[in-house]
Design a protein around this ligand. Structure first.
Ligand code: GLU
Length: 555
């Protein structure tokens, strides 16, 4: 009897299970996926190649690696393997938000005194070259969240460099703009100015040197960049222009993991980059200063709103200069800076009719690229990468097609600190230190689920641009395309207190002046914010029209 019952149990269980599963089938079919594969980037070719990887089953991390490497070749003005960056990632299975810091680092032999003599001529520009972290950062991302072999993720960028890629509108514009400075850099004229003129939009360009480097990295791994002939050529080039960099600096380069800064705002959780970025702290300050209802009631296009956030942003910029330095070299009290009491005191000092100006300090940069990816499992990557200025230090490791960054120029000059009434900068050049950055890779969650990944490019405007887009999304409920396209204000580092966009209403300028602002016009903008919208039911991902990027989702 017992045997019979047991037999029946074993016999019936699979049947019951199959019946149960069949009963669920219509529901399983009908259930739409929660998350989508998506990518947004300033480089259309990077979007294309990353989308192919996502369609092949690659993870958000795989797609971000592909996009970063491709963009390094197709948008060499902004980023590349001779630079570095920051990223925030979200691992949906572990429900873990992680930070990778692959910022360029000062060599061990750094000579701080040279930095007070800036601007340095070309013969000393090697002093500004930081030890590049880009490939180590992408390797660390792959180790953490990659799915496909690393070599397969390098190949699209190698192919683009070897077989050619179309000149993007942004690259063309930058070549026109920087023609005089860039044309004279050995090895760049033959690629970007063939026939003596800046490459036209759509013209096919090849970079055989970069293809050579990427082939080595594809075949031998990332170590092939940090040791051996590529490393030797990189160091020799920097040293020829005054850098004290040694082979050991490259060999010892390390990616750092950090804890994100997070806060709640408008029923969402916003997580962003901690120091050595200042961008994240600046965004956190804005979100802690204001209530979403207050901003909403003023209206996005009102001078009252624009003035309020301009005041908040100027306070954040001042905090950046006064308090932020490499956290591995000194205490950076982010908790104290964001203390609710401190923020409410600051809020009480903001008046609708008075403007707090900033001393002129003239720090502007123009390189950098933000890209974001998501996959259908709910993983997300928000990655900002840079070589600092356009074409970085304008030093090209010709044989290997590597543009060297000038990231160490982000150490604050003493004359800026004097303008702020301080005798010493927390962001001063020190051997092994990472300069403070504006880059603001950010992820936004709702009810524990990743919703948006965003970030931007444009030097000192990165944090203020990203902050405005976050407010557009969360306080004004704009969709991503509206949020990145809406007019923004800029906080200049000299002359005016605020700049509005070229086409903005004169009435806005008038009203801002009445609030004490000195208003200028941003004649053109090479700054951009990209947003990936990760939830399948959400509005589409979006690229900023200001830099002609692209966005793709697999709906
Ligand atoms: N070096 C700058 C930073 O890290 C970015 C350069 C730029 O966007 O122009 O903040």
């Amino acid at each position: 009897m017992a045997g019979k019952a047991l037999g029946r149990y074993f016999y019936f269980t699979p049947l019951v299970l199959i019946a149960f599963l069949l009963a669920q089938l219509p529901e399983l079919e009908a259930a739409s996926p929660l998350y989508r594969n998506s990518v947004a980037s300033e480089s259309p070719r990077a979007v294309l190649e990353a989308s192919k990887i996502l369609r092949r089953g690659g993870s958000a991390a795989d797609a971000a690696i592909v996009a970063a490497l491709v963009a390094g070749g197709t948008s060499p003005t902004s980023s590349g393997i001779g630079g570095g960056g920051f990223l925030l990632g979200f691992d949906s299975k572990k429900q873990d938000t992680f930070v990778l810091d692959f910022r360029e680092t000062a060599p061990a032999g750094l000579d701080a005194s040279v930095f007070e003599e800036r601007p340095l001529g070309v013969e000393r520009s090697g002093h500004l070259v930081g030890v590049p972290g880009e490939l180590r950062g992408l390797q660390a991302l792959h180790q953490r969240a990659g799915r496909l072999p690393f070599s397969e993720l390098v190949e699209p960028a190698r192919r683009a460099a070897a077989d050619g890629f179309a000149t993007s509108r942004h690259l063309h514009n930058m070549l026109v703009w920087a023609e005089k400075k860039v044309k004279t850099v050995p090895g760049l004229a033959s690629i970007y100015f063939s026939g003596g003129r800046p490459a036209a939009v759509g013209a096919r360009l090849k970079n055989p040197g970069l293809a050579r480097s990427l082939k080595k990295v594809r075949d031998d791994g990332v170590d092939a960049f940090y040791q051996g002939p590529i490393a030797a050529a990189f160091v020799a080039q920097a040293r020829a222009h005054g850098s004290p960099m040694e082979l050991s600096d490259l060999k010892n380069y390390q990616v750092k993991t950090r804890q994100p800064l997070c806060t709640n705002f408008a029923q969402h959780r916003v997580c962003t980059m901690p120091p050595p970025s200042a961008g994240g702290l600046m965004l956190m300050e804005l979100l802690q200063l204001f209530q979403p209802e207050e901003l909403r009631s003023l209206g996005h296009d009102s001078s009252a709103y624009q003035h309020l956030i301009a005041e908040g942003m100027r306070g954040a910029i001042a905090d950046r200069l006064r308090y932020l330095g490499d956290p591995d070299f000194q205490t950076v009290d982010t908790k104290g800076l964001l203390d609710p009491q401190r923020m409410s005191l600051r809020r009480s000092m903001i008046s609708a009719t008075r403007t707090h100006g900033l001393p002129s300090f003239g720090l502007e940069e123009h390189g950098t690229h933000h890209l974001a990816t998501s996959d259908s499992d709910g993983n997300i990557v928000s990655l900002t990468t840079t070589v600092n200025r356009l074409f970085g230090a304008k030093l090209n490791v010709e044989e290997y097609g590597i543009i060297q960054n000038d990231e160490l120029d982000d150490f604050t000059p003493q004359k800026v600190m004097t303008a702020f009434g301080m005798s010493r900068s927390p962001n001063r050049p020190r051997p092994g230190a990472r300069p403070i950055s504006s880059m603001t890779p950010t992820i936004i969650f709702r009810e524990g689920q990743a919703r948006y990944a965003l970030g931007g490019s444009g030097g000192m405007t990165i944090a203020t641009n990203v902050s405005q887009v976050v407010l557009n999304l969360l306080a004004f409920s704009m969709n991503p395309q509206e949020a990145v396209s809406a007019d923004r204000i800029y906080i200049p580092t000299q002359q005016e207190t605020v700049r509005i966009e070229k086409g903005a209403d004169e009435q806005l300028a008038k009203e801002l002046r009445a609030r004490g602002e000195v208003v200028g016009r941003q004649k053109f903008s090479t700054t951009a914010v990209q947003v990936v919208s990760a939830q399948a039911a959400g509005a589409p991902s979006a690229a900023d029209p200001r830099k002609f990027g692209g966005a793709w989702s697999d709906e």
